[in-house]
Structures are given as structure tokens and as C-alpha cells.
Design a protein around this ligand. Structure first.
Ligand code: KIV
Length: 252
């Protein structure tokens, strides 16, 4: 599948996407029926131990995306454009996206934000780059948003998200992530736009769902968001295996 084929799936098949940040996890996901892999800038928190995604650099994204693309040759791989990499003028933004596409071999990029990126999305479309939008709780802007909280609860914020979704769609994105968007609003946006919406913490009415893989499989040792229902306790299994190994080696 290519990002461009995703449109055919709207309304016919719930789209699934998970994050991956390294070769080993990507190779496992490559052997599953997941539709897409996202090299999210959540790698800042998950892999690098940062407190937020603001510290993530373009080089961090490229480094991890290269490994994921190698590990998952059969999957669509989308790479997050990190903090401010698409906010310093059209030319610089295009260069940064070109750098990601050429050096990683990924199939597209995801950008956080709304109508301020319309010009860039059109230019990328003309250059043949598939773009995924990202609205709602956009973690790169959490300082401006006043923290990590559900978006679209006031009329003003709901209108802004709806208008941004339409603007992104008109500009040519192939799908839109809706993160922590009020459930009714995410349903309305999904009905309104012609491209698939992919939700995280936004209720069941989107065209697909995305999660951070570490949260899903119980590899996150800190608190996971309340909308995640982990399917495994891998951190617990790893601790057990490591303690068993130590006991065995020590003859205990
Ligand atoms: O960085 C990320 O992992 C993301 C998803 C949570 C959508 O943007």
C-alpha cells in the first residue's frame, strides 16, 4: 500500500497505525497486519528520555526513521517533522522534508498544525510528497495549549479544529491524525472531510486509530494515557526474565 491508496479505505476498513522507532520493533510490525508505521517524535519521550517532544531534532528523526524503514520493507512508513523544522520559511521547510524523504526512504511525513501549513502542504503535493496532518492536542505546541488536555471543548476551539481540518484536506493531505479531540467533534470532522481521520484518545468514530507501541504492549514504565488499554505487560516480563537470568548465573 502507498499513502495515496489510503483514501480508498475511508469508510470501508478501520485503518491501524502504530509507532516504531528502531529496526527490531519495525521488523516485528512488518510481520503484522498493521496498515502503517509512524516514526513519531514521541521518540523524544519514549526512546531518548526527554520530558517533551520539543527537544527532538531533525537528525534524531532521520536516525530512527532510517532504522525503521530498513526493518519494515513491506509497510508504509510515515515520519514526523519535529519541532520548528517546518516553521522557518517555505524554502527551509521544503529542504527539511526533502532531507527526511531522501535520507530515510520513508513514504511520507506528518506535520502538526493547521492552516498555517497550507502553502507548504501544496508545495509538497506538487513535489510528490504525501503529507499526513495532525490536529487537536499537538504535543509540539503543548506549552501554548496550556498542557496535555482534550481539545475542541469550547466553540472557538471546535471551530478552529474543524476549519483547520477542511483547510488541510483542501491543501491535499492524505489523512489527518486527531489527537485528544472531543469525541463528538472528532466524529463531525470525520464526517466532514474526504480523507481518513486517524484518532488517538479521540473516541471510536474516526476512520482509524494510532497508538504509541510502547504503551500498547506494556513497555512504558511511567503512567500511560487513560485511553490506552495495554495488551501485554512486557516490562514485567522483561524484569522477570532478567531476574531469572541473574539467579541462574549465580546458582541461586
Ligand atoms: O509522535 C507520535 O507518536 C504521534 C502519535 C501519538 C500520533 O504523533
Amino acid at each position: 500500500m502507498y499513502p495515496g491508496n489510503l483514501l480508498n479505505k475511508k469508510g470501508t476498513h478501520k485503518i491501524t497505525m502504530l509507532t516504531a522507532y528502531d529496526y527490531s520493533m519495525a521488523s516485528i510490525l512488518d510481520q503484522t497486519d498493521i496498515d502503517m508505521i509512524l516514526v513519531g517524535d514521541s521518540l523524544g519521550n519514549v526512546m531518548l528520555g526527554h520530558k517533551d517532544t520539543i527537544a527532538v531534532t531533525l537528525n534524531d528523526m532521520i536516525h530512527h526513521a532510517k532504522a525503521v524503514v530498513k526493518g519494515a520493507p513491506n509497510k508504509v512508513v510515515i515520519v514526523d517533522m519535529p519541532f520548528m523544522s517546518i516553521s522557518m520559511g517555505l524554502e527551509r521547510s521544503l529542504e527539511n522534508v526533502m532531507n527526511v524523504m531522501q535520507s530515510t526512504g520513508a513514504h511520507g511525513v506528518k506535520i502538526e498544525g493547521g492552516k498555517e501549513h497550507v502553502e507548504l502542504i501544496k508545495a509538497l503535493g506538487n513535489a510528490g510528497v504525501p503529507v499526513m496532518g495532525h490536529l487537536g492536542l499537538t504535543p509540539q505546541s503543548y506549552l501554548k495549549l496550556g498542557g496535555y488536555k482534550t481539545q475542541g471543548n469550547t466553540q472557538k476551539s471546535a471551530e478552529q479544529i474543524m476549519n483547520d481540518a477542511k483547510a488541510l484536506c483542501d491543501a491535499g493531505v492524505f489523512s489527518i491524525v486527531l489527537e485528544c479531540v472531543n469525541e463528538e467533534l472528532s466524529k463531525a470532522v470525520t464526517q466532514e472531510v474526504s480523507v481518513p481521520t486517524i484518532g488517538i484518545g479521540s473516541g471510536p468514530y474516526t476512520d482509524g486509530q494510532v497508538l504509541v507501541i510502547n504503551d500498547l504492549i506494556g513497555l512504558t514504565t511511567s503512567k500511560v494515557p487513560s485511553f490506552v488499554k495495554p495488551k501485554l505487560d512486557l516490562a514485567g516480563e522483561i524484569k522477570k526474565a532478567v531476574n531469572d537470568f541473574s539467579k541462574q548465573v549465580r546458582g541461586e
